[in-house]
Design a protein around this ligand. Structure first.
Ligand SMILES: CCCCCCCC/C=C\CCCCCCC/C=C/C(=O)SCCNC(=O)CCNC(=O)[C@H](O)C(C)(C)COP(=O)(O)OP(=O)(O)OC[C@H]1O[C@@H](n2cnc3c(N)ncnc32)[C@H](O)[C@@H]1OP(=O)(O)O
Ligand SMILES: Cc1cc2nc3c(=O)[nH]c(=O)nc-3n(C[C@H](O)[C@H](O)[C@H](O)COP(=O)(O)OP(=O)(O)OC[C@H]3O[C@@H](n4cnc5c(N)ncnc54)[C@H](O)[C@@H]3O)c2cc1C
Length: 609
């Protein structure tokens, strides 16, 4: 499809999905499932995941009563317009202004520079009638920082931009189809006026007289919509990873190379230990991210209930967990999808493998909802704060509770003696805790050598990110272990999950061996034992690998991959796909008479053939 066709077709699908949701009708969970199977980024994502939650989280009761019924019936379509051409990560650096005019009781929205143009918001370019706009609030010449506003963008009769608004699509993005189904947009305001009651005023207010009244709740609640989306992105990482792994695992069982004896069949590539060493940790990650995603959903629900009761105590942890896990799982999944492409050899590079499209549509997850490095730095700040409070009498809680055992974890030595000891959950957990704590403490010690903490932080950014990742990996490992300790129906299933849990943990040790050795969390002998155990786990997973990906229950239609077909009938179908290519419509290609024939003829003449 051309870009225009792709965009229009996605509009068609989105509107059809909305019709089904209402007609059947579908529950919220079923509607999410429908979105999942619609399988294309589109304006509904931003309307439901960001525009509506932003109003719910930041609007007053009156504002919710006014706007939510319209949004819930999709009589208005909204998006989330925060990022600007010049500023994305640095939200406090946004330039768009919203200046209160007491004479008209209005805010004047203005884009003072080119870099202040809104740039990137999905659904903004061509579809949305409304947006939640983030802009600097100015009253009486004073800048109060960034706040949210509900703004109508387009005329409800003919969809034209309202006077004072310039709006459009930012252009083609990475990949052929992928994210190009979405109208990520730009927007400039030229002194555009909105009524005062369109500032989202749950967190702070501007009175009729133009007085700014900050509320007593933390201003970070303004970032709540991002926290909610980051949480869902973790579960989505599992879905995308599982999809790539399903394709690569099934194909690795079909594909044979070398090893034929006396003219017999060749070896299935899934039997090579190198293939297993690349594939099975990704299979394990798909399960691990699913379980940590379930836990994060619980954490998010819990913090939401606490916030409603004005208990803000767990907000920093919820922010650190959603930011860190969003970052860690999306980075691992993007890398994992690319690894799966390589695991499928040359055929993985074919569009019909399903992997190039999956990669292209997935990889921006490392950037949207917060650049992955910027988000890990938020985790690092949280960790440094926690370390600095050790010994102050305030016991660390939640995911940092292990830091409360700092004295032990800083000096303990791993008691792993034989390979099977690596199947002991307590020993594995302590290894990850020791490594995470020691990396965090080492950063804190290095920071304390700087007179200026912020300067020290800038100097140590790379180490801080590594410490943050170590903490996030510990969370994933520990939630996998907790899952195994809970109710899992079926002993066989539990055994398989145990194998995957240890593959996940031991492979991380192998991959980040430098961290584990340099922090003395394990010795090099213990590292070899971990590798030994890992190989044995691969052997145990091998006979069940295909069943473990079949368990994701993805249809062939959803996978969209010739290589990942359930029936394994890969080669005939590759031919069928190839023959569908427009280049094969004719035997002699268009351009032959124009370019190839004259070239050949010229050579034939000069060679006197
Ligand atoms: C084959 C076909 C397959 C098809 C598959 C389809 C695939 C699609 C799948 C799923 C779709 C998912 C839908 C996703 C849609 C994506 C749309 C994207 C939207 C966006 O990107 S919106 C814009 C997002 N922008 C960002 O994330 C910006 C990142 N920056 C920030 O968040 C912040 O500015 C910051 C965290 C970097 C903070 O910077 P700074 O230090 O300047 O912060 P301050 O504002 O001064 O605050 C510091 C203080 O606050 C704490 N803090 C910060 N953030 C939060 C928070 N969110 N919650 C709570 N607290 C927060 C911070 O820790 C500091 O605290 P202390 O002072 O240290 O105590
Ligand atoms: C597909 C897609 C959809 C999007 N949808 C929306 C949307 O609906 N609404 C919306 O408002 N926005 C949206 N965005 C924008 C997105 O949120 C931002 O792109 C994202 O927050 C990153 O910000 P940036 O582009 O400014 O990156 P930058 O911050 O410019 O990052 C560039 C580089 O600088 C590094 N860097 C930046 N700051 C630091 C630091 N303090 N320390 C160390 N390194 C740093 C980063 O790691 C990165 O390597 C979307 C983006 C994409 C790609």
């Amino acid at each position: 499809m051309t870009r225009k066709e792709l965009f229009k077709n996605t509009l068609r699908k989105s509107v059809h999905a909305w019709k089904l949701i209402n007609e059947l009708p579908l529950s919220d969970d079923e509607s999410l499932m429908l979105r999942h199977f619609m399988d294309q980024p589109g304006f509904l994502d931003l309307h439901w995941r960001m525009f509506v939650p932003a109003i719910k989280g930041q609007g007053t009761e009156e504002q919710k009563q006014k706007w939510l019924p319209l949004a819930n019936k999709m009589q208005i379509i909204g998006c989330y317009a925060q990022t600007e051409l010049g500023h994305g990560s640095n939200v406090q650096g946004l330039e768009t202004t919203a200046t209160f005019d007491p004479q008209t009781d209005q805010f004047i929205l203005h884009s003072p520079t080119q870099t202040s143009s809104k740039w990137w918001p999905g659904g903004l370019g061509k579809v949305s009638t409304h947006a939640v706009i983030y802009a600097r609030l100015i009253t009486d010449g004073k800048d109060h920082g960034v706040h949210g506003f509900i703004v109508q963008l387009r005329n409800m009769d003919d969809h034209s931009p309202l006077p004072g608004i310039t709006i459009g699509d930012i252009g083609v993005k990475f990949g052929n189809g992928a994210y190009n189904s979405m109208d990520n947009g730009f927007l400039m305001f030229d002194k555009f006026c909105i009524p005062r009651d369109q500032m989202l005023m749950r967190l702070s207010k501007v009175t009729r007289e133009g007085k700014y009244v900050p509320s007593d709740v933390p201003r970070q609640l303004m970032y709540g919509t991002m926290v909610s989306v980051r949480q869902t992105i973790v579960s989505n990482a599992s879905i995308a990873m599982a999809r790539a792994v399903c394709i690569a695992t099934r194909y690795s069982a079909v594909r044979r190379q070398f090893g034929s004896q006396n003219g017999g069949i060749e070896t299935q590539v899934i039997d090579y230990k190198t293939q297993q060493n690349r594939l099975f940790p990704l299979l394990a990650s798909a399960y691990a991210f699913r379980f940590v995603g379930e836990w994060l959903k619980w954490l998010y629900t819990d913090v939401t209930q606490r916030l409603e009761a004005s208990d803000f105590a767990t907000l920093p942890e919820a922010h650190a967990c959603t930011a860190g896990l969003k970052s860690m799982t999306t980075s691992a999944t993007s890398d994992g999808i690319e690894e799966c492409r390589k695991l499928c050899g040359g055929h993985g590079y074919l569009w019909c493998s399903g992997l190039p499209e999956l990669f292209a549509v997935y990889v921006p997850a490392c950037t949207y909802e917060g650049d992955n490095v910027v988000l890990q730095l938020q985790v690092a700040r949280f960790l440094m704060k926690t370390v600095s409070q050790l010994g102050s009498g305030k016991a660390p809680a939640g995911t940092t509770a292990y830091m409360g055992r700092a004295k032990h974890l800083l000096q303990c030595r791993s008691s792993i003696r034989k390979a099977e000891d690596w199947l002991n959950p307590a020993m594995v957990l302590e290894t990850f805790e020791a490594r995470a704590l020691r990396m965090a403490v080492s950063c804190a010690n290095n920071l304390s050598k700087f007179e200026n903490q912020e300067q020290g932080f800038s100097e140590l950014l790379a180490d801080l990110v590594e410490a943050a990742i170590a903490h996030c990996q510990l969370i994933v490992v520990s939630k996998f272990i907790v899952k195994l300790e809970g109710e899992i129906k079926g002993k066989g299933v539990k055994n398989q999950l145990k194998n995957l849990c240890y593959i996940y943990a031991l492979h991380l040790i192998h991959k980040h061996l430098g961290d584990f050795l340099s922090t003395n969390s394990i010795t090099s002998e213990q590292a070899s034992l971990a590798n030994h155990q890992l190989r044995s786990l691969y052997t145990q997973v091998r006979p069940n690998a295909v069943a473990l990906v079949d368990a994701f229950d993805y249809t062939d239609h959803y996978l969209g991959s010739v290589l990942g077909r359930y029936d394994g009938n890969v080669y005939p179908k590759l031919f069928e796909e190839a023959l569908k290519d427009p280049l094969n419509d004719t035997v002699v290609p268009d351009g032959y008479h124009e370019y190839i024939r004259p070239l050949i003829k010229q050579h034939l003449r000069s060679a006197r053939l």
